[in-house]
Design a protein around this ligand. Structure first.
Ligand SMILES: [Zn+2]
Ligand SMILES: [Zn+2]
Length: 135
């Protein structure tokens, strides 16, 4: 179960962003904050249904859309596959495990050469290999 302090942090995030708190939105944000596994819509839908049995996929899409719009989470894709969702809003890179597909955060480091490639607005490095569990 979620600790009271963590729950309060999520409440505050909704308040700050001016987003109405719904049980689904709370659940999704909580999931992404407490399990930084960069879940897909499918994974979130499965998890949500264990708690809120009648949530449709459309509910999950709408929930994610609202959270992205509010700037509480961000959406990104890897290899053009299903969108993944990240509650870590700090600038960071990702590590992808070739075996199990796990996606982990990697602390930000600058890539100096990126600055020479035109007017770079943003970039993100994807590191690949085997995660600590698969190694
Ligand atoms: Zn792995
Ligand atoms: Zn991330």
């Amino acid at each position: 179960m979620l600790k009271a302090a963590a729950a309060r942090k999520i409440e505050e995030a909704f308040e700050h962003a001016g987003v109405r708190r719904t049980p689904q939105r709370f659940f999704v944000l909580e999931h992404l904050l407490t399990r930084p596994d960069h879940a897909t819509v499918e994974e979130l839908w499965t998890a949500l249904n264990k708690r809120h049995a009648r949530a449709s996929r459309a509910t999950v899409y709408n929930t994610l859309h609202a959270l992205v719009q509010a700037g509480l989470i961000r959406e990104f894709t890897l290899d053009g596959k299903a969108a993944r969702y990240d509650a870590n809003l700090e600038q960071h890179h990702h590590f992808v495990c070739d075996r199990c597909g796990a996606v982990e955060d990697v602390e930000w480091f600058d890539v100096p050469a990126a600055q020479g490639a035109g007017n770079v607005r943003t970039y993100e490095v994807i590191l690949r290999g085997e995660c600590s569990r698969c190694r």
